[in-house]
Design a binder for this molecule. Structure first.
Ligand SMILES: [Zn+2]
Length: 351
């Protein structure tokens, strides 16, 4: 009995002194096994054994068994709780089912004859890559996210700058200085948590493009430089991926969909050579009308969505020019060039 009292006093001190539970538990286990061992080596009438269990080893056996069962129960309970916590939320995207919230969210799409439930499922399973999270990328990303495109990749090596915020509506003032891809990802998931966004904070080069494009169904190109445009066109044509391309200058925007594997030209058929140095001023040099990227970027998202749902005809083999200054738009046919080094028949015959 004396031993039990001293044990209770020791445990109280351990609790007051805030000794870690693991250490206290270790000491108790050690004490238990020492006492149990003592029963086998000491005579039955030894004073230590009388003080603890009246000399009967079965008392310690029952006590040890009971504590062991309780410890096992607590451990299993904790494990089940941890597993329940780690389980994915039921609302995350799954391949073929929609939650009630998603059905309600996409209802205006589902009632459209050309989209319906089947088209919305195709959108959920679609993978679209957007090059550039700037003027054109910002609205394109927002509409792709809102429309429920299941996996959206975005590649850009830039950080948000104060001067971007006049038109790049996906980024907020507080995001200045942070990488554009992470700022965009945050806003897209805040708007639609039922999609997955994959940010790639790096510059697009040949190797990255080959690996990345292969992983997506459609490529949207809204970068601000000609190197990236020609590179994206080259790799998309090589891998047979449709390329939705947008460009801006001051008050005028341009939109085209290139898919030479199916029909029509590639970007390089229409623009065989990069413009000479200084002939194509950047947005920073020439300026850009704030809502213009919104118009063209949203159209890019629209063409990409049309590719996914398949029941509509994307704008392949045509180019659209929108002039915001005069509120005019015009569309014309664009044709493949047989001598195009990327997709031309002459080139393919030689290779
Ligand atoms: Zn071509």
């Amino acid at each position: 009995m004396a031993l039990f009292i001293s044990l209770a006093v020791s445990l109280s001190f351990a609790w007051i002194l805030k000794i870690p539970r693991r250490i206290v538990f270790g000491i108790l286990v050690l004490g238990y096994f020492v006492t149990l061992f003592a029963h086998f080596i000491l005579p039955v009438d030894a004073p230590l054994l009388r003080a603890t269990s009246g000399g009967d080893v079965r008392v310690w056996g029952v006590l040890g068994g009971a504590i062991g069962l309780i410890a096992l129960y607590v451990t299993l309970l904790r494990r089940f709780k941890a597993r329940a916590k780690a389980a994915p939320e039921p609302s995350r995207p799954t391949s073929n089912t929609f939650s009630d919230t998603e059905l309600e969210r996409y209802a205006r799409h589902i009632v459209l004859r050309e989209i319906g439930g089947a088209g919305q499922k195709q959108l959920k399973n679609a993978r679209i890559l957007v090059i550039g999270a700037g003027g054109l990328g910002a609205p394109a990303l927002q509409y792709l996210a809102a429309a429920g495109v299941g996996t959206i990749g975005v590649i850009d090596d830039d950080v948000v700058d104060n001067s971007n915020l006049q038109r790049q509506v996906i980024h907020q003032d507080a995001a200045i200085g942070t990488p554009k891809v992470f700022s965009a990802q945050k806003m897209m998931l805040a708007q639609n948590p039922f999609i997955a966004v994959k940010p790639y904070h790096r510059r697009l080069d040949e190797v990255v493009a080959m690996n990345l494009f292969a992983d997506y169904d459609i490529i949207l190109e809204g970068s601000d430089n000609f190197e990236t445009r020609y590179l994206a066109n080259r790799v998309a044509a090589k891998l047979g991926k449709p390329l939705v391309s947008g460009a801006l200058s001051q008050w005028e925007g341009q939109l085209a969909v290139y898919h030479p594997t199916v029909s029509g030209p590639c970007y390089q058929c229409i623009f065989p050579q990069k413009p000479a140095e200084g002939m194509a001023p950047t947005c920073a040099e020439a300026g850009v009308f704030a809502p213009l990227p919104g118009v063209i970027g949203a159209m890019m998202a629209g063409e990409a969505i049309k590719f996914v749902i398949k029941s509509t005809q994307p704008m392949i083999g045509e180019m659209l020019i929108y002039d915001a200054l005069y509120g005019e738009s015009r569309k014309f046919t664009i044709k493949q060039r047989p001598d195009c080094p990327i997709c031309g028949q002459d080139h393919q015959d030689q290779s």
